[in-house]
Design a protein around this ligand. Structure first.
Ligand code: NAI
Ligand code: MG
Length: 491
């Protein structure tokens, strides 16, 4: 008799659908106790150091360097030497070989890098495994393909590399942002000094190992770890020809002021407060999934997160009801558990920022909903949160929270939806949920946002340019557009 037959007179399913723990093993990652700075293909001993931790347990993972202005100077010199001594004059097809190699090694070592990404940054392994790593490899594959075709990409314009690129990246997608920055820079013949965010340096440091394995010539990519002081030293260095920055609008503005008049090229990918607009003719259950993915993916630490939900009034109640029930099924906790949907908040500082903004939402009069969930004692956690009864003037409707917090607003007509969606200093992304193709096209034209998703959200592809309007920054990463910031065309 089969198991199914025998259960005939018993309860057909367990009363409680709680998942058993399914931890991913940490053993694939071999951490060193200390990491230096990766300069000219060698590990430089840093004069200052700090400890990097796991935000899920607060345990120390390793000691890493806090690069000083002198360290940055050495890294820029190594990048300059590599640029002049061969890399920039290498045929595109040869550069492509290195990029293809890096892409393949990232695929081969995907598990190791994904575990480390979750360990150091707090994001669920499900996401680092299925999103960050595949996309990082895809970026290298994609730009490898362009390396020997730049003349075709920009016909009659004589594309040439810019020189040394200084690249400063944030902590929400550490390895993926590294790939977004390094792949196009190298494809175009530039060399790089990259600074990871202070809370998430480890995958960038493991990436140095990937570079060695790929036998990339020394100095083509240099990695200097450290906080904002290291970033500022890189921005201020005269030997850097281009700065690419992803991070807060505040720091982006400061960098733009600092570079004004220097002739250095600059791209900025800054904050966002995206509207996810749901019309009453949409597929409601699909929209709920899209809303959840839009704001709770990566704990909401996403610049293009759908943090403002604009719902057509006629479906407000059923939609909010479904959303609340869906929230109850989200599993919050250990990032290395394969069943986890929402991991740890990246740092104590970020947790404090989220708490403060959520408190302002309560005080200003919005209604808060959080599903019952038990958060671990150690580490930095925040329950998935929905605010209803939100007025456009509230801080939670205006400011980037960068956490798992959704603000719900309503509209009646498409014109009102557009007006509310565009009522923000940002312009990075937006979502539209409707069955009408014509409405999707009309909305995409009206919305002042670099990316507009229709009936989906948070979809990324290396072939598709990404970037913002207004205070979300300028310049595009990804696609053909992503090559341009790393090229000059001046004869
Ligand atoms: P941040 O802008 O300070 O950090 C981003 C990167 O810039 C890090 O590598 C940091 O070390 C570096 N940096 C900091 N100060 C610098 C300076 N003066 N010169 C050069 N580089 C500098 O962002 P932070 O403080 O980590 O987060 C604050 C808020 O910014 C978040 O709550 C979120 O709202 C937003 N943010 C947006 C991101 C995005 O993807 N657009 C990413 C990270 C943060
Ligand atoms: Mg900061």
């Amino acid at each position: 008799m089969t198991e199914i037959d025998r259960t005939g007179d018993r309860a057909p399913a367990p009363a409680d659908w709680t998942y058993a723990p399914a931890p991913e093993s940490r053993d694939v990652v071999k951490l060193r106790e200390r990491y230096g700075l990766y300069v000219g293909g060698e590990w430089l001993e840093p004069s200052e150091t700090y400890e990097t931790i796991s935000p899920a347990s607060e345990e120390t993972l390793a000691v890493v360097g806090q690069a000083t202005a002198e360290d940055v100077d050495r890294a820029v010199a190594a990048a300059r030497a590599a640029f002049e001594n061969g890399w920039s004059s290498l045929p595109g097809s040869e550069r492509a070989k290195y990029l293809f190699r890096i892409a393949r090694i990232l695929q081969e070592r995907a598990r190791e890098l994904a575990v480390l990404e979750s360990l150091n940054g707090g994001k669920p392994i499900k996401e680092s495994r299925d999103v960050d790593l595949p996309l990082a490899a895809a970026h290298f594959f994609y730009y490898a393909g362009w390396a020997d075709k730049l003349e075709y990409a920009f016909p009659n314009r004589r594309p040439r590399p810019v020189g040394v690129a200084g690249q400063i990246i944030p902590w929400n997608f550490p390895l993926l942002m590294l790939a977004w920055k390094i792949a196009p820079a190298l494809a175009c013949g530039n060399t790089v000094v990259l600074k990871p965010a202070e809370t998430t340096p480890l995958t960038a440091l493991l990436f140095c190992d990937v570079l060695r394995q790929a036998e990339l010539p020394p100095g083509v990519v240099n990695i200097v770890t450290g906080d904002g002081r290291t970033g500022a030293a890189l921005v201020e260095h005269d030997g850097v020809d281009k700065i690419a920055f992803t991070g807060s609008t505040e720091v982006g503005k400061a960098i733009q002021r600092r570079l004004a008049g220097t002739g250095k090229k600059l791209t900025l990918e800054l904050g966002g407060k995206a509207a996810n607009v749901v019309f009453d003719d949409c597929a409601l259950d699909q929209a709920v999934e899209g809303i959840v993915n839009g704001i709770y993916f990566n704990q909401g630490h996403v610049c293009c997160a759908g943090s403002r939900l604009l719902v057509q009034e006629s479906i407000y109640e059923p939609l909010v009801d479904k959303l609340r029930r869906r929230l109850e099924t989200l599993r919050v906790g250990e990032p290395l558990d394969k069943n986890t949907d929402v991991g740890a908040i990246n740092s104590a500082v970020q947790l404090e920022k989220i708490r403060e903004l959520v408190e302002s939402g309560r005080e200003e009069g919005a209604d808060i909903y959080q599903p019952p969930c038990r958060l671990p004692e150690k580490g930095y956690w925040f329950a998935p949160t929905v605010f209803t009864n939100v007025a456009q003037s509230y801080r939670i409707a205006q400011e980037e929270i960068f956490g798992p917090v959704l603000s719900v607003l309503t509209f009646r007509t498409p014109d009102e939806a557009v007006e509310k969606a565009n009522n923000t200093p940002y312009g990075l992304s937006a979502g539209v949920w409707t069955e009408k193709g014509s409405r999707i096209l009309w909305m995409a034209q009206q919305l002042r946002a670099g990316v507009v998703w229709a009936n989906t959200y948070n979809r990324f592809d290396p072939t598709s340019p990404f970037g913002g309007y207004k205070e979300s920054g300028f310049g595009r990463e990804g696609g053909l557009h992503g090559l341009e910031p790393y090229l000059r065309f001046d004869g």
